[in-house]
Design a protein around this ligand. Sequence first.
Ligand code: AFP
Length: 313
Amino acid sequence: MGEPGKTPMQIDLRRHLREKEIDRDLTRLICEIADASKYIVNSIRTGDLGVAGTSNLYGEEQLALDVLSDRILRKRLTYSGVVNTIVSEETDEIIKVDSNGSGRFAVAYDPLDGSSLVDVNLAVGTIVSIFEGDDIMQPGRKQIAALYVLYGPRTTLVYTSGDGVYEFNMNHLMEYTLTQKVSLLAESGGIYSPGGQRNLYSKGVEALVSKLEEEGSKLRYSGGLVPDFNQILLKGKGMFLYPHLKGKPQGKLRLLYELNPMAFIMEQAGGAASNGKIPILDVQPESIDQTEPLFIGCRKEVELAERLIAELG
Ligand code: AFP
């Protein structure tokens, strides 16, 4: 007989990590982030949608939820005892955490990516990138884990620690239980999720979008990286792109806490992630606010993007 509220087959996050023999400190960190997401999902459902009256590194007005979500997550990371370095989209510097020398991990996160979508009731997410050591400016290939929480009709958590990608669903007890191991089927065609403004696309990107549509791909774009990415990952087809734009050659999305974690997850699921020239995970970060163009999804589509950009720019 299973515990109340759980069917006998349900495996919760902590048990899953234990059974996969994930490092105890990393298990603790992932579970702390999962716990923090319970407070974030409650703040989204009931919180103040007003403006916090402050602005972040990019000069974007911070919504109360941005600030609240950042505070919730940072507190859990700080008191976890296993973190020594933090970078958040909502702060403009690298934060050193005093864990009495026991801090093993450097963490970069976007506490509430897509927060401007909450007041129109669209899905948003938390994105986290985890490195061993105290250097947060390593290439993404050095990550030891990456995860996101998607606050949609259901609240789901997707993570990788380098041995596959797993999805969990938050049940009515607010516990995450395993739903599936994610594998990306490189189906032809399907969906594409094009960020930015089409009139600012380069010839190569314009040719990519035309080719995808000729092959029958349908446009699916909400303006939230986490739900848009999650759709490609779980449907197992197509690609998300936020490309280089005329006047914005580096694109919009942030390397440390949007591109690196999503690229790690996508590669672990059998897909690919590129800045149009090289794999995202091989980019050496030069600054915490660095942005890169992004082409991510099925390997075939990402290779097509790189080929057309090499030919046409
Ligand atoms: P915010 O976190 O500022 O809402 O931006 C969300 C985001 O970084 C990412 O989630 C989306 O993919 C992208 O911006 C959407 O950008 P556009 O509004 O330019 O399409």
